[in-house]
Design a protein around this ligand. Structure first.
Ligand code: NAP
Length: 367
């Protein structure tokens, strides 16, 4: 499965690649500076993605304090690629700590943020605009109304959410539907073999409500590439996690224990651990695209080949088992075992008759 095959994102007509290019490390300013890349270093990464047929590029106003958008804008113009790209940016983070309305998800900041992103990117529209993080304050109706206005004004083509509770996404989408406002087509969330939290609520919400789930840090920021080992300081090895980019992160026994089975599967398939980890995340049920980050064109090349093979069912089962997080309550009650006690206990399902409707009248008593 190469990158020049495109899939519909959520319940929309927007076609995107299964691997999206993350540009959080384009630039050397702000929060992401410790592992940021110069424009000269970013250029071959971006070019390689385009050459492979990729069309889905992710940035945010917060990344490298706006440098990511500036560099990306110049690289897109240089390549003459604006029209064919699905360009994604995000708002939420404050751009002025002294100004209470210069951050968060209120209407005033949303409009200011989109104008600033468009200026930095050197374009007059975004294909997809995402709320970056729930601010716990702004009424969801205000966010939806502003997304709708920005779409009508031609500033954005589609809207979506990143890093929000699943109940918030469900409420937002339901209100958008009920009020004929522009629908949300995307949920962007963290997901990898060492972080499967979103499977419980977000993935089913995305599937049910037409929001394609795109996942960030599918390599757990490099942890799943196998280049790190445990040390007295927590983690050692060459890469951003052993530098300032990994400070504050704690890796649990359960997470370290995923690496052995991952390495075994990679050896059996004759590919790298990173490729297996990326393939697994991108092909999990309900996942639309994985957003990959790369420090070099060589790393990106390896990642772009990650969908060129299939993980056989028995090896996928090994990975699933090694990374599984047992469901807590009440989620355990939605597993097949519990459900078999709940749905019409003591009955069996008849063969579907003509005109079958999936309700209780199609269930017949057990012999
Ligand atoms: N919505 C959000 O809140 C949010 C949050 C985070 C990220 N994102 C998006 O997701 C994108 C990807 O995030 P991420 O960079 O954390 O993703 P990732 O794919 O988990 O990690 C990428 C990092 O792993 C290392 N790596 C990649 N390929 C490798 C290889 N073959 N061998 C060894 N190391 C390799 C590189 O770091 P080193 O070489 O430096 O070790 C690279 O920068 C971001 O750019 C951004 O667009 C969104």
């Amino acid at each position: 499965m190469s990158l020049d095959q495109y899939f519909l994102l959520g319940r929309s007509g927007l076609r995107v690649s299964r691997l999206s290019l993350g540009t959080m490390n384009f630039g050397k300013d702000g929060f992401h500076a410790p592992y940021g890349k110069t424009e000269e270093e970013a250029r071959p990464i971006f070019r390689r993605y385009l050459e492979a047929g990729g069309n889905f590029v992710d940035t945010a106003d917060f990344y490298t304090a706006g440098e990511s958008e500036r560099i990306l804008g110049r690289l897109i113009a240089e390549a003459g690629a604006r029209d064919r790209l699905v360009l994604v940016s995000k708002f939420t983070n404050s751009v002025d700590p002294g100004d209470p309305n210069a951050g968060g998800n209120g209407r005033k900041h949303m409009i200011r943020a989109v104008e600033a992103s468009l200026r930095r990117l050197g374009t007059d529209y975004l294909d997809l605009y995402l709320l970056h993080t729930w601010d716990r304050i702004t009424p969801v109706e205000e966010v939806l109304r502003t997304f709708d206005d920005l779409t009508r004004a031609g500033k954005i083509r589609y809207a979506g959410l990143s890093d929000v509770p699943a109940w918030y996404a469900a409420r937002a989408q339901s209100l958008a539907e009920a009020n004929s406002l522009v629908p949300l087509i995307n949920l962007q969330l963290p997901y990898s073999l060492v972080d499967r939290t979103i499977e419980t609520e977000h993935v089913p919400a995305g599937q049910e409500l037409g929001m394609g789930v795109t996942v960030w840090s599918p390599l757990a920021s490099g942890f799943l590439t196998g280049k790190y080992r445990r040390s007295d300081q927590g983690l050692a090895g060459e890469g951003r996690l052993s530098g300032a980019g990994g400070s504050g992160l704690q890796w649990t026994d359960a997470q370290w224990n995923v690496l052995g089975p991952l390495e075994t599967v990679a050896e059996k398939l004759g590919v790298s651990m990173a490729q297996v980890a990326l393939n697994w995340a991108a092909t999990q049920p309900g996942i639309a695209s994985a957003i990959v980050g790369a420090s070099s064109a060589a790393q990106l090349d390896a990642s772009l080949a990650a969908l060129d093979f299939e993980i056989p069912a028995e090896l996928r089962a090994d990975l699933d088992a090694a990374s599984a997080v047992p469901p807590g309550k009440p989620y355990v009650m939605f597993t097949p075992q519990y459900q078999s006690w709940i749905v019409n206990p003591g009955t069996k399902v008849a063969d579907k008759p003509a005109g079958y409707r999936p309700d209780v009248r199609n269930w017949v008593p057990a012999d």
